[in-house]
Design a protein around this ligand. Structure first.
Ligand code: ADP
Ligand code: MG
Length: 244
């Protein structure tokens, strides 16, 4: 119990820190982008110089989007609870990741009923599904299939994000959701931590099934339009199933 409390305190601190860092870093980046654009508009530049400036701008934009993906939605003042259409969120995510999937030779299949709603926050659910979906695509280095589904179970909704990627070992599975756990060269190790934190704050849980070399399925279990808990005390125990 002590360990769980420490972990939820750690999550809270990291998520507050993340929100303020995201905010602070954005402004100087916007200023830098503006000056580069100004220089780019000058007529005495060689075409190579123009090319480098455009590359710099696109790299700055990429950094901005990393910040938004991982950190901006952690804003503490934007945590209203209302009915959220699961279809709307999943369809938006499908749209957002389309180019990324194509780039990675991944085809996306989606089957979500139109009438499912959960009680939560649309931006946060979008961030959760987006983070897990991105991981799925990144796990399929030589292409594959990503399947997004949602289903009504008795009193909750199951959202499933399944890939045919590299899969994980038991050791890796145990570390999912820990801050800064990453096996990627340019990974942040923040995506799942933030996602799990959001799911737990709604009284939801996550289960993960993974088999090395075959793929991974994340299932998010969310209460169906029931009241979210007022305080997040201890994250529910994750259920990890590893078939290998
Ligand atoms: P990041 O993506 O920046 O590494 P995340 O918190 O999103 O951070 O993920 C943490 C780690 O969990 C990843 O580095 C990877 O090792 C593992 N992981 C997450 N999702 C998958 C998946 N679908 N398939 C294989 N490994 C995964
Ligand atoms: Mg990630």
């Amino acid at each position: 119990l002590q360990k769980d409390l420490e972990k939820s305190e750690q999550l809270r601190v990291v998520s507050e820190l993340a929100a303020s860092v995201a905010h602070e870093v954005r402004n100087p980046m916007t200023v830098a982008r503006g000056f580069i654009q100004l220089i780019h508009s000058r007529s005495n530049l060689t075409s190579d110089e123009k090319k480098y400036l455009l590359l710099t701008i696109s790299e700055l934009d990429r950094a901005q989007s990393i910040i938004s993906d991982y950190l901006s939605l952690a804003k503490p003042d934007d945590k209203t609870h209302s009915p959220v259409s699961v279809f709307k969120v999943m369809d938006k995510v499908r749209h957002t990741i389309q180019a990324y999937a194509l780039m990675n030779n991944v085809s996306v299949e989606i089957a979500v009923p139109q009438n499912l709603s959960i009680l939560g926050n649309e931006k946060e659910l979008t961030q959760v599904v987006l983070n897990i979906t991105k991981n799925g695509i990144e796990a399929m280095e030589s292409g594959g299939v990503l399947t997004l589904t949602a289903e009504l179970r008795d009193d909750h909704v199951d959202i499933s994000i399944k890939d045919t990627g590299q899969g994980m070992s038991k050791e890796q599975l145990k570390q999912l959701g820990n801050a800064y756990f990453t096996t990627k060269e340019k990974g942040t190790g923040l995506g799942l931590m933030i996602s799990y934190n959001i799911i737990h704050s709604w009284g939801g849980t996550v289960s993960v099934q993974s088999k090395k070399g075959e793929g991974t399925e994340f299932i998010i279990h969310l209460p169906l339009l029931s009241e979210a808990p007022e305080h997040q005390v201890v994250p529910p125990i994750e259920q990890y199933i590893n078939k290998s």
